[in-house]
Every structure is written in C-alpha cells, then in structure tokens.
Design a protein around this ligand. Structure first.
Ligand SMILES: C[S@@+](CC[C@H](N)C(=O)[O-])C[C@H]1O[C@@H](n2cnc3c(N)ncnc32)[C@H](O)[C@@H]1O
Length: 286
C-alpha cells in the first residue's frame, strides 16, 4: 500500500490499529443482542453452514467474524479477510492460521477477480471507508450475480444531553462526557464515519438498486454488556475518540464519566452499556 496516497483519516486509522489491534472484537465479541448471540453471529449466520461458498470479510480486523464462520462450517477453506492494517491482519493470522487467505489491501481496490465471491460481509468497518462509491463498486464487481452482501455499521450518534434526560446507559453516559469535554476544550468532533453510512435512507440510496443490488433492507440492532465502571472505562479507552484527545482531555473525560456513571450502577454494582448498530443486507442483481 502506498502510504503517501492515504487520506488523513486512513493514516489515523492505521496508527490506531497499530497500537490497538483487536480492540473492536474485544468490545463487540462479548456484547449480546436481546435475542441472543452477538453482532458477529448475525453476519456469520448468512453463510450456509455446509458447502464451500467463497466469503470475503471487508475490514476483517483481527478475524473474529471469520473465526465464527469457520466454526459454523468446520473449515476455513474459501474464507478471505481483507484489511488495510497489517497489524490487525497479523492478529487475524494468529487467530486463524494459514487456512484463511488474508489480503493487506484497501477496500477501494480489491485484488480479487470479478464474480469470484459468493458472500461479502463487513462488521463495523464499512462506515470508516473513504470514497464509498469505489468500495461499493468493488463489492459489486467481486460478487457473483445473486451473491449476498451484508454489513453491520455504526448505528449513528446517541442523543445529545442538551436539555434531554440524563443518560441511563453507560455508553450514552460516555458519549455525553466526551461531548462536554470537547465543548469545554473547543475541539471539533472526530469525523470518521462517512455520511453515506450515517442513516438508513443514505444506506439504501447508496447501496441499493442504484448500486446494482436488489432486495436491499436495513435493520436497526442493539448489543449490550454489563461491566463494573472501571472495566467500562478500560473499554471506552479503546474508542477512536480517546486516541484523538490529548492525555489531559482523556483524564477529564475519565473523571467526568466515572462520576456520572456511578448513578447507573445496578444492585451488583454493574453498569449496562449498549450500542446501536445498523445491518444492511442486499443481493447482487443476477
Ligand atoms: C472498527 S475495526 C473493525 C474490525 C473487525 N471487522 C471487527 O469488527 O472486529 C475497522 C477495520 O476496518 C479497517 N479499514 C478501515 N478502512 C479500510 C479500508 N478502506 N480498506 C480496508 N480496511 C479498512 C481498519 O483497518 C480496521 O481493521
């Protein structure tokens, strides 16, 4: 990959994942949906349990989704992970071994041949990718006609505290602490999520029929976990925002958050932390 051709956001992401490989799976792996399972399981369920479908995971990180698919299928044959971070891929290689093909590439320029993949999946990565039109065109190009594309992306910003009720959830509480600190410091929010992925309507407009997909649908989801405040703070330290702030600002968020989250402890001293997600699913027109 040509480092000089990377955008500022891509350089930020590469730096972050160099020192925090596996951060996403550490948070989302143990987080459960109300109906059971986690957000990786939701995507893995789209891969037929038997058979040898070729599956591409875009922005695969340290490979937890591919591991879930391999468990379902009993084999890693035909599984491909792609990520621009060599550090995440090194962690994926440790998790998955040599059976799974790992490509150190940008999703905007995939080296696979046309119509060579049966299922394209992506967990919490698509919304970070710049030039989404190129990414969507690449997904369309590598998929077989009739092939399935499904991505879980960020569910959008939590409601602001301006005049609203106090948050009743640990993650919303963290977002409010972050906003208060950024406002006080006069800092602009970190803008990593591309607007194409910021709403249901935008997802359907950019990834639906106009992009050559049919049966497009979007489902809102939430996953949550319960943790003591100190563990919750450790997890919040794995967010991109914390790498964007100065050490002094991080300390201010920590104090504000730990103070505010006290009121949310349940009888066992735990705090619930839930994150809204959005799952887009479609089929390449045959
Ligand atoms: C939030 S992490 C998610 C990792 C993994 N999918 C998971 O959920 O555990 C986002 C991943 O997308 C990768 N990524 C971001 N933009 C990319 C791009 N344009 N091409 C390839 N990978 C990209 C990052 O390097 C990072 O590993």
């Amino acid at each position: 990959m040509d480092a000089a051709a990377l955008s500022p956001n891509e350089r930020f992401l590469l730096d972050f994942h160099r020192s925090h490989a596996g951060a996403t799976s550490e948070f989302f792996g143990p987080a459960r949906a109300p109906e059971g399972g986690d957000s990786y399981d939701r995507l893995a369920a789209l891969v037929p349990a038997g058979g040898d479908a070729v599956v591409l995971d875009l922005g695969c990180g340290d490979g937890l989704l591919l591991e879930r698919i391999r468990q379902r299928r009993g084999s890693g044959a035909g599984l491909i992970g792609l990520d621009m971070s060599a550090d995440e891929l090194a962690a994926a290689a440790r998790r998955l071994g040599p059976e799974v093909l790992l490509l150190n590439e940008r999703a905007q320029a995939i080296s696979l041949p046309p119509a060579s993949v049966d299922v394209v999946l992506s967990h919490m990565a698509l919304m970070l990718m710049g030039d989404p039109a190129s990414v969507v065109a690449e997904i369309h190009r590598v998929l077989q006609p009739g092939g399935v594309f499904s991505a879980i992306v960020d569910g959008g910003p939590a409601p602001s505290d301006d005049g609203g009720p106090a948050p009743s959830d640990g993650f919303a509480c963290f977002v409010e602490s972050l906003r208060r600190t950024m406002r006080a410091a006069g800092r602009q929010p970190l803008q990593l999520v591309h607007p194409t992925f910021a709403s249901q309507q935008a997802l359907l407009a950019h990834l639906g029929e106009a992009a050559g997909f049919s049966d497009a649908r979007v489902k809102e989801l939430a996953v949550s976990r319960r943790e003591p405040p100190s563990r919750l703070w450790e997890l919040m330290l794995l967010t991109y925002d914390m790498a964007y702030l100065s050490p002094g600002e991080v300390e201010r968020v920590r104090r504000d958050f730990l103070d505010a989250v006290e009121a949310l402890r349940d009888a066992e001293g735990m705090v619930a932390c839930s994150i809204g997600l959005r799952q887009f699913t479609a089929r390449k027109q045959g």
